[in-house]
Design a protein around this ligand. Structure first.
Ligand code: GRF
Length: 195
């Protein structure tokens, strides 16, 4: 089996990245992590990736000021230089331009902490609570031009319990993300490999 060369893009803690790296320790997993890239040099996830033996680097978006495309051009050329075939966004907090999205169309997925199409964007858990929802969850989807709008690959649900706050709900959702993301990435790899 050929494993697809995987890049994971992060901005912070990187717990979903950890879940992917753990899953990929199995030689039968269909993706091989070749690069972890952060737009923030202080992202905690970079250290974990390095310790796990995966190339990890930061491309600081602040260096580029308002020039999003110059930042993305550097990211894109780095990914291509590493022979990346599939990208998993894992808490990557930069909105990507249509240029970058188009370039990686059908090869880039994202995890979002809500049951899409509900609650695109930020503050998903608080918005679910404010709406009086009885369940929340997470979604892995293909990345398309609209933020959090691409075709859904997989979802997991968690209950909302009386007394929940955004924090307790996030804490309940996160382990579901860590289980869902490796499964969904494997599905995405199967789709890519079958093309
Ligand atoms: C996760 O909740 C993910 O769904 C969202 O940002 C958070 C990132 O957490 N996109 P981590 O960096 O993976 O720990």
């Amino acid at each position: 089996m050929t494993r697809l060369r995987l890049a994971i893009l992060i901005s912070g803690r990187g717990s979903n990245m950890e879940a992917l790296l753990r899953a990929a320790r199995d030689p039968a997993y269909p993706a091989e992590p070749v690069l972890v890239l952060s737009n923030r040099p202080d992202a905690a996830g970079l250290q974990f990736a390095e310790a796990a033996g995966v190339a990890a680097l930061a491309i600081d978006h602040k260096t580029y000021g308002k020039d999003r495309e110059a930042f993305e051009f550097h990211v894109d050329s780095t990914l291509r230089g590493a022979g990346v075939e599939v990208i998993a966004l894992a808490g990557f907090m930069r909105v990507l331009t249509p240029w970058f999205v188009k370039r990686w169309e059908g090869r880039m997925i994202n995890i979002h902490p809500s049951l899409l199409p509900k609650y695109k964007g930020l503050d998903t858990h608080q918005r679910a609570l404010d709406a009086g929802d009885t369940e929340a969850g997470c979604t892995v989807h293909w990345v398309s031009a609209g933020v959090d709008e691409g075709e859904i690959i997989a979802q997991a649900r968690v209950p909302i319990l009386p007394g929940d706050t955004a924090e307790t709900l996030a804490a309940r959702t996160l382990p579901a993300e860590h289980k869902l993301y490796p499964e969904a990435l494997a599905k995405a790899c199967a789709v890519i490999a079958a093309r």
